[in-house]
Design a protein around this ligand. Sequence first.
Ligand code: SF4
Length: 274
Amino acid sequence: MAASDQHNNSLNAETPTILEGGNSLRPQKRIFLGLLAVTGGLFTLLLAVLWYVPYVGLRNIHPQMPLILGAIFAFLLFLAFAGVVILALTVLLGRDLPFSRKLRGVVIKLLLPLMSAVGKLCGVSRERVQQSFIEINNQLVLAQNLKAPADKLLLLMPHCLQFHECQFRITGDSIHCKRCGKCNIKGLVELAEKYGVGLAVATGGTLARRIVVERRPRLIIAVACERDLSSGIQDSYPLPVYGITNYRPHGPCYDTQVDLERVEEALLTFLLPS
Ligand code: SF4
């Protein structure tokens, strides 16, 4: 049995499928929802303080001033909590709710940096916040029920999946894999052929961005570590990216692996039937 097959068998046993992740309360979701609640609480506290402090002095300017300011803050608070509730329901129910597409933008642009800071305060590691962010991003992408034709779906892989002694060039579009089976690139090439989708291997963020600009995909299934996936999802927004984290049994950036069944499951989820 090839090395990649052996590893995949052991990895699959502990890897939940896309459908299992649809509406269950997995640890990544719990972290995200917990941090979301703490962020919401801090926001409330901030608004309360911002309202209370001038409340004492504003009455002297105009008797109605504290009430007007209070109404503005209450409205902001309502907007923030409506957003939190829609986001939480989209994640929990796995369904596309009104404004949930816009909320993916808010999560990507605003909430990740904010929650990284809140996570730090609460003692949650950056990697766990990133895992949680990727999971939530995936749920929001899944909730949109997106489908793309094969030529608009791109598998974007990291170079560290390649066996470290392999001499064949596989970066960018030139994938000259000889399919010896010593790494997951063989399986990925076979999946790309089977479904007629594009496959590209990037050595870093710059090449990944160039590939995306040249290929113009409608949807990306990306594999990488938590850090690269988080930044890739942010860089590519509004382009939907479904992220799958790689496995690093030999340490970071060295002979990493991916669960091929999970990649195929994502392909089947997003591929438009021909
Ligand atoms: S499967 Fe392909 S990329 Fe991997 S080691 Fe063999 S020839 Fe190289």
